[in-house]
Design a protein around this ligand. Structure first.
Ligand SMILES: Cc1cc2nc3c(=O)[nH]c(=O)nc-3n(C[C@H](O)[C@H](O)[C@H](O)COP(=O)(O)OP(=O)(O)OC[C@H]3O[C@@H](n4cnc5c(N)ncnc54)[C@H](O)[C@@H]3O)c2cc1C
Length: 458
């Protein structure tokens, strides 16, 4: 291991190759490049490599292996615990591998492994095309899709993981390969555990009209409103075109209160049916304001969410997730109790991703384990005031324990959003657990990619 004065032999080796971009702690852009969504990540990698193509990724992988240095891959840096920038690793930062092309039949997009969700959606939108996408434009598409990929349009087109048609991978040996059916199955759920994904082919769809935005419930008793909403929503007949993501966020000028919103989406051209569906959802809570839901575009939607959210936050241990088959009375009560106390920080958030429809059925060509209708409760205890880190982390930990304590939580979690200590790898993949471990041992016996989420080896 080198000190800041003596460069690591891996770095010395890489710096001899002038066509490679390699940053070290003494590089002017080090802090900017090392920075992830979570600000308080103290990890100091050996170096950050910024390849421009698959061949350069191969050079970096081969060199790291030769020097016995583990790799961590980063793209959007949105892992909830900043686990993509790791102490003592070579970080391969793929953000420059961000091209996108659309097939002539407009059914597939070929994207670089380092492209961000916002760039995928904005490019597709110029062709009146779309694919499911998560709530934040600066999330890396591959990192979002490979481990699950919940978000807008999931009820209609499925999860991100179900959009992956093909992949080009740099293996631990430095080979650049087209994934066969077995490797693709592993990538669809266990992500970058088997190599660096430099290219994906993904499903894309025509989209003419979209009715979307946030329903706001104006209620004096948020606890009662939450229970009423879920009781009604569970009983409601759901449409595959309609999606609902309930969320709670602090009233910005009064930190003693939470606001209750539902991110609503309707993705069929039948706008009259969409407005009826909107009214049905609005009737589930008290004092619904639907004025923020309108005919819109995926681009506007993604810009809207990013305008409302802090670009970066503190709270390395403050994010977590728990999944439930449905939000029944017990978890709804726990959520209501949590909301009865005011938020700790203006960045605090609680939101639910819903999974139902065709993607919730078993898929033999994917190892993603949560193949049943369910909701992922995202416990986002992040803060913008660092003085609040401890209190917020504690408050959200109590919420996590209380939700698990209902006894109704699923054993399968969403690894991307769950703290490592709370992720049970043996449960994550259901009956595909052994398949995943065998594939890991086949492609990465030395553990070069062990820092990838989900972490298969302790
Ligand atoms: C503010 C915020 C909002 C979010 N919203 C949603 C949401 O709406 N829906 C949802 O499902 N999730 C959401 N997430 C979770 C997010 O989708 C995952 O954490 C995702 O893995 C982030 O990808 P990234 O590239 O941005 O992150 P990074 O931290 O850069 O990478 C995360 C992991 O993916 C691996 N990885 C990424 N790309 C590659 C690649 N090309 N090859 C190999 N390995 C790779 C990395 O090794 C790392 O382990 C959110 C997270 C945050 C912080």
């Amino acid at each position: 291991m080198g000190s800041s004065l003596t460069p690591h032999p891996l770095v010395e080796d890489l710096l001899k190759q002038p066509d490679l971009t390699v940053l070290t702690a003494s590089s002017p852009d080090w802090e900017k490049t090392r920075a992830t969504y979570i600000i308080d990540n103290p990890a100091q990698p050996v170096a950050i490599a910024r390849p421009r193509n698959a061949e350069q990724v191969s050079t970096f992988v081969t060199a790291a292996r030769r020097h016995g240095v583990k790799i961590s891959v980063r793209v959007g840096g949105h892992d909830v615990a900043a686990r993509s920038v790791v102490d003592g690793c070579l970080v391969i930062d793929l953000r420059e591998i961000n091209r996108i092309g659309i097939s002539e039949d407009k059914q597939t997009a070929t994207i670089g492994g380092g492209i961000l969700i916002g760039d995928v959606i904005k490019t597709l939108a110029t062709h009146k095309l779309v694919t499911p996408f998560g709530y934040f434009p600066t999330i890396g598409y591959a990192g979002w899709a490979m481990m699950g990929g919940y978000g807008w349009l999931a009820s209609r087109f499925g999860l991100g993981v179900d959009q992956i048609k093909r992949a080009r991978v740099v293996t631990a040996q430095g080979d650049i390969v087209e994934a066969d059916a077995e490797l693709l199955k592993g990538i669809r759920g266990a992500g970058g555990n088997f190599g660096v994904i430099v290219e994906l082919g993904i499903r894309i769809y025509p989209l003419e009209k979209l009715l979307a935005g946030t329903i706001l419930f104006q209620t004096s008793d948020i606890k009662v409103c939450v229970q009423k909403y879920f009781a009604g929503y569970n009983a409601m007949k759901k449409s595959p075109y309609g999606g609902c993501g309930p969320f709670w966020f602090p009233k910005q000028d009064d930190l003693s209160r939470w606001l209750f919103g539902v991110n609503f989406v309707w993705s069929s051209n039948d706008m009259d049916a969409g407005r009826q569906y909107l009214q049905q959802v609005a009737a589930l809570g008290d004092g619904a304001d639907t004025s923020l839901v309108r005919e819109t575009t995926p681009t506007e939607l993604i810009d809207l969410i990013s305008a409302l959210s802090p670009p970066r936050s503190y709270g390395l241990n403050a994010g977590n997730a728990v999944s439930f088959q449905s939000i029944t009375e017990r978890p709804a009560k726990v959520i209501g109790d949590f909301l009865s106390k005011g938020p700790v920080d203006t960045a605090n958030l609680l939101l639910i991703h819903e999974m139902r429809g065709q993607s919730a059925e078993p898929h033999p060509d994917s190892c993603f384990g949560a193949r049943l209708p369910h909701g992922v409760i995202e416990l986002i205890g992040i803060v913008i005031n660092p003085a609040n880190i401890e209190a917020s982390t504690q408050r959200y930990r109590e919420l996590y324990e209380a939700l698990r304590g209902t006894g109704d939580a699923l054993e399968v979690t969403y690894a991307s959003l769950t703290q490592t200590r709370d992720t049970q790898i043996s449960k994550l993949f259901g009956s595909e657990y052994q398949f995943v471990m065998d594939l890991k041992n086949k492609y990465d016996p030395e553990g070069l990619f062990d820092n990838t989420e989900p972490r298969l080896r302790p």
